[in-house]
Design a protein around this ligand. Sequence first.
Ligand code: CTP
Ligand code: ZN
Length: 154
Amino acid sequence: MTKETQLQVEAIKNGSVIDHIPANIGIKVLKLFKMHKTNERVTIGLNLPSSALGAKDLIKIENVYISEEQANQLALYAPNATVNQIENYEVAKKLNLTLPQHIHGIFECPNSNCITHGEPVDSSFNVITKKEDIQLKCKYCEKVFSREIVTELR
Ligand code: CTP
Ligand code: ZN
């Protein structure tokens, strides 16, 4: 392997690799999805050069397989991310993300009067897409917010 073709972050034997995360979103994704709350080894690469994105972030979690459903929750942040499942050093599966119809327990409702702030209930939004526009409707207060408003609160 020449210097140019070496991996920027060491290969893993088993687990998940979340690739093509836009630069600066990696840390947010890691924390929001609590990927660091594990005893398994997590390696991250930030601001890695990428021919497609210019710069990208990347997260590798050993011995943890992210389900398709979990992966899709990432789509609001990083619609072009790829989730790879690694088995015995090989890419066994590559998940392309599709926007979920519902999103639970990840984002807070931007409406400060919403019942979700006073009660021990998980937030819950329906995802509404109008052409390129993505909006989230709170299941509890029924208010509709743009994707940017909801995701930037966290
Ligand atoms: N990877 C890893 N450990 C392995 C195998 C792959 O960490 N044992 C990582 C690679 O570094 C890469 C991702 O998993 O970030 C996907 O691997 P691969 O499909 O081989 O890379 P690309 O062809 O560059 O992927 P894409 O087509 O998604 O850009
Ligand atoms: Zn609400």
